[in-house]
Design a protein around this ligand. Structure first.
Ligand code: HEC
Length: 258
């Protein structure tokens, strides 16, 4: 069977069994590869902001660099807890926004106004082992000791990936994924679904990959492109997944007689 005949047949179902088995095995390998990429992506990015899961902060950190505001500071700026009086709130804000977070935590000079004292008065009732085990399980973490507090007290800068790492990643992804998508598009065109979906799947995968890799670089200067990275990465994964499924179905499903 010549390649042209494969195309003209309008389905891959007519290929010899050996070819259909071989193509199916290759599709499975591709699926495995994409799952591994997904796992790698999560493992690489999820811990940048020291919170579980891949967040936009993780991504923006990797591609643009980002200030990861201390969770304590975010909560206190946001008016939590309500019963904290203004003077104490100001002490905590000043402390967390300053450069002496560990030095001033239990500062003797500040006496009863030391952050440690305020936390003990105003937070530990809920944020402590006793609180969490008792009525305040929803408070989620303790703030009783410096080792609890220090995990949440620092605002850290997440630096963007070094240029050479991004160059290596771009070279690997561009040269692997673009040819892969060309081949997958050709396969989809050879299926019974090709006429109806081939063009849009090809456009979706191509445009998404271009936007994704392009945005890796644009995001270095413009943080908003992180959103484009996330959106186009998802579109690419979806278009690729659908293409794989269509090819697989076409290889094995009986074609309906017209
Ligand atoms: C009356 C109980 C109570 C007190 C007092 C309290 N908290 Fe909380 N805190 C909670 C609960 C419940 C949550 C989880 C729900 C939420 O996010 O509002 C929480 C959440 C938080 C969070 C996490 C916000 C997030 O989701 O990132 C921080 C940080 C925090 N508290 C800090 C403090 C600090 C600092 C104090 C003292 C100045 C304090 N809390 C006092 C009950 C309390």
């Amino acid at each position: 069977m010549s390649p042209l005949e494969v195309f003209n047949a309008g389905t891959l179902r007519g290929l010899p069994l050996s070819a259909r088995l071989g193509l199916s095995a290759l599709l499975l390998v591709l699926c495995g590869g994409f799952l591994a990429s997904g796992a790698h992506l999560i493992a690489q990015h999820e811990n940048r902001d020291e919170r579980g899961g891949v967040s936009m902060t993780d991504l923006e950190g990797a591609y643009h660099g980002v200030e990861n505001t201390s969770p304590l500071l975010t909560a206190i700026r946001g008016g939590h807890p309500e019963q904290l009086v203004a003077a104490e709130r100001n002490v905590l804000l000043h402390w967390l926004e300053g450069k002496r977070v560990s030095e001033d935590y239990d500062s003797l000079e500040l006496g009863a106004d030391a952050p440690a004292e305020i936390l003990a008065r105003r937070c530990v009732e809920c944020h402590s082992k006793a609180g969490l085990d008792g009525a305040h399980a929803d408070a989620r973490f303790a703030l009783s000791t410096w080792s609890d507090v220090s995990k949440l007290a620092f605002t850290k800068r997440i630096e963007a990936l070094p240029t050479r790492v991004l160059v290596a990643s771009t070279h690997a992804h561009a040269l692997a994924l673009a040819p892969l998508s060309v081949l997958l598009a050709l396969l989809v065109f050879a299926t019974r679904f090709g006429a109806r979906f081939g063009g849009s799947l090809c456009l979706a995968a191509g445009a998404a990959l271009l936007c994704d890799l392009g945005s890796w670089w644009l995001a270095r200067s413009f943080g908003n492109f992180t959103l484009v990275i996330a959106a186009s990465g998802s579109v690419y994964a979806l278009a690729t997944g659908v293409s794989l499924v269509l090819v697989f179905v076409d290889l094995w499903a009986q074609k309906r007689a017209r």
